[in-house]
Design a protein around this ligand. Sequence first.
Ligand code: 4AD
Ligand code: MG
Length: 454
Amino acid sequence: MPGDERQINVKGWVRSRRGNKNVSFIALNDGSTIKNIQIVADSEKFSDEVLRPITTGACISVTGKLVESMGKGQTVEIQAEEIEVYGTADPLTYPLQKKGHSLEYLREIAHLRPRTNTFGAVLRIRHNMAIAIHTYFHEHGYFYFHTPLITASDCEGAGQMFQVTTKNLYNLKKDKDGQIDYSDDFFGKMAALTVSGQLEGELGAMALGKIYTFGPTFRAENSNTPRHLAEFWMIEPEVAFIQKDELMDLEEDFLKFCVRWALEHCEDDLQFLNDMFDKGLIERLKSVINTEFVRLPYTEGINILQEAIKNGKKFEFPCNWGDDLASEHERYLVEEHFGKPVIMTDYPKEIKAFYMKLNDDQKTVQGTDVLFPSIGEIIGGSVREEDYDKLMSEIERRQIPMKDMWWYLDTRRYGSAPHAGFGLGFERLMLFVTGMQNIRDVIPFPRTPKSAEF
Ligand code: 4AD
Ligand code: MG
């Protein structure tokens, strides 16, 4: 408290030091908040020799009195009585000198960028969003279910898996057909990093009723876009006994809870990002929690897009019935046509994964993706095919190797039940909540094609 004469101690990293021959002002930050504390060091107490190593990036410990500040910009400051320098940062080589480094440059020094205001804010928000997610599910009776990261099955069937092996790649044993023999590999079969915890998550839901996963997933998709990572975190709830409408209710309620949580718990950091990068950020967050999401069957979406094309709208990619929507299409629907989030449903089965519940038209499946402004797809979800025969015929049609799926099929063989779930890309949520434009800037150490530094 100001006026309290007790000594306090603060430790942190120097953001800047300025002043004159009588006094130095040090802006110190310990990472706990976007706000710095001002340290006032009188030249009478501290010689030039003590002050000289206190440069941007140095780490110091300061003991002194917390007093009311006469200056502008802060209400309190610390009148330093003792300063200990823990670590210096040579001004000639320390890469974070001036303010306003570009985000591209900061990516090259991802080991130091958490010390910037921007990344401090993003990383504190990231923490808070993780807490929001666990809080939501815990309060709604879900169990946190840990699915394996190493797996032998390709949930999405897109062939984008990173292989895991202890084999000597210089000397691979092949069988008589020229195929690699995995029988003597670590797992005795081909194994890979998971693209999704869903299949095991379904096993959890078929026993515990409501589960969610929250862990890293990996995709070797060679798409160098601002929305794709090779290693990203996914949240996957899976729920027994719900149908499509309840799944969409869950998606909407959950996303609104997370966004509201950010507004309530990350005020200073959001204000900083709003002021520095994106003047519409806080307004956009508020508008999402105050609006009802549109629920739009794919077929109607295609009609809207084709109508737009007729009226002169130009898209790079085609969008005829049966095509997978590109992010330009998703964003047109969300940002221009409706001006709010859209839950798109009932996609052609050919563009979706094998496990989705088939509609009576035999052509579409009960997918429920959520499309967000400035992001595009943020959630991919669906009702699952619970009927053994229908699921089996889809597996056969797609020639998915049966011997790898026996355990999954058992859920449909024994006590099968209607169930549904979705996957939220954590970094896509982070993009939305922070207003950052590139997914590489919302995870501490991004993994993308040709990039695994740090
Ligand atoms: O739509 P996807 O591929 O769905 C699944 O994996 C389902 N098994 C989820 C489920 O139903 N349990 O991925 C889900 C979400 C996407 O909507 C997107 O937000 C995110 O994961 N995502 C990525 N995020 C970053 N980088 C990538 N390469 C991503 N691929 C998907
Ligand atoms: Mg998807």
